[in-house]
Design a protein around this ligand. Structure first.
Ligand SMILES: Nc1ncnc2c1ncn2[C@@H]1O[C@H](COP(=O)(O)OP(=O)(O)OP(=O)(O)O)[C@@H](O)[C@H]1O
Length: 286
């Protein structure tokens, strides 16, 4: 992707949404807008998409994630789990622990619609993934799900701003608004001055913060993390986790994090253990 171009009109739209009482620059831009300048080139709708907080009322009463009686067998016939039930509400962070090979990553992939259970149901923000075709699942991931992996997957040939902007760029043509949202999210993870840097310039902890900014930039309803602190030293992991938990709670999202780490368990609202019989309450002190 080439650099995201600045666009005066788009910047005006952005400022108008963020700051209704703009300065003289906004007044001039407003005149141009009234005169119809540039209007056809802009696709405004996605700028309003982050107002996913409009779902807040709904999210308070309904779980963001509902899993019912899920079962999964992998090729070769081994049953990983069955009878798995889970509900996660807005602002709630659930950690999933379990033995290596118990199926934690497979479970996350099913939640993201990247894999299928043998039976059972997964409902994300009111949408049953089982009823969606590939296109519908992709759309669900783009608009409703943020995924943080152990390996950061920050693309080295894009700036950090462009990396964070990717989920928005997939659904919007409004480059300036996208760039502003990416910068705001980078600022939220303490990297507001690094938007023009590249991955090679950052430490592991900083890269993971970029990955979190990217996972949250489109204000997903459901945040999934697969060992998101696995590559970090304990102190950095703690800082990243606090950031993650804050973003989940303030952003009104639900989160499921697969981990072997005690520090993840420490910030979670619930710690559940995955076994062949599904998820069960774990000892928080483990
Ligand atoms: N497509 C597949 N074909 C065959 N076996 C698979 C497939 N996908 C997963 N498995 C097996 O299912 C088991 C669960 O894998 P998974 O990665 O979900 O476990 P995990 O709990 O995340 O493990 P870890 O904690 O070590 O990362 C493993 O034994 C894995 O080899």
């Amino acid at each position: 992707m080439s650099s995201l171009p600045a666009d005066g009109f788009a910047a005006f739209i952005w400022r108008s949404l963020r700051c209704p009482t703009g300065g003289p620059g906004d007044a001039r831009a407003a005149k141009r807008f009234a005169a119809g300048e540039n209007r056809p080139a802009i696709h405004i709708e996605p700028v309003e998409a982050p107002a996913a907080k409009g779902f807040s009322g709904l999210r308070e009463t309904k779980p963001i994630l509902a899993v019912r009686d899920l079962a999964k067998t992998v090729p070769g016939g081994r049953r990983l789990f069955s009878g798995l039930d889970l509900e996660v509400k807005a602002g709630e962070l659930v950690a999933v622990v379990g033995e290596s090979g118990s199926g934690k990553s497979t479970f996350l992939n099913i939640l993201a619609g990247l894999d299928d259970g043998d039976s059972g149901e997964v409902v994300v923000d009111g949408t049953a993934t089982g009823g969606l075709d590939e296109r519908g699942r992709t759309e669900l991931r783009r608009t409703r799900i943020g995924f943080v992996f152990q390996a950061f997957h920050i693309l080295p040939y894009l700036t950090l701003r462009q990396n964070v902007a990717l989920p928005l760029a997939l659904v919007s043509g409004d480059a300036a608004a996208i760039e502003s949202q990416a910068d705001a999210k980078l600022a939220a993870v303490g990297l507001g001055d690094r938007g023009g840097s590249y991955a090679r310039d950052l430490s592991g902890g900083e890269l993971q913060r970029v990955a979190i900014a990217r996972a949250l930039v489109h204000e997903p309803a459901l945040i999934l993390g697969d060992e998101p602190t696995g590559n970090l030293d304990p102190e950095t992991a703690g800082r990243v986790l606090a950031l993650f938990a804050g973003a989940v709670r303030e952003g009104d999202a639900a989160a499921v994090i697969v981990t072997h780490s005690r520090s993840v368990a420490a910030v979670a609202d619930r710690v559940l253990t995955l076994t062949s019989n599904g998820l069960s309450d774990a000892d928080r002190a483990r």
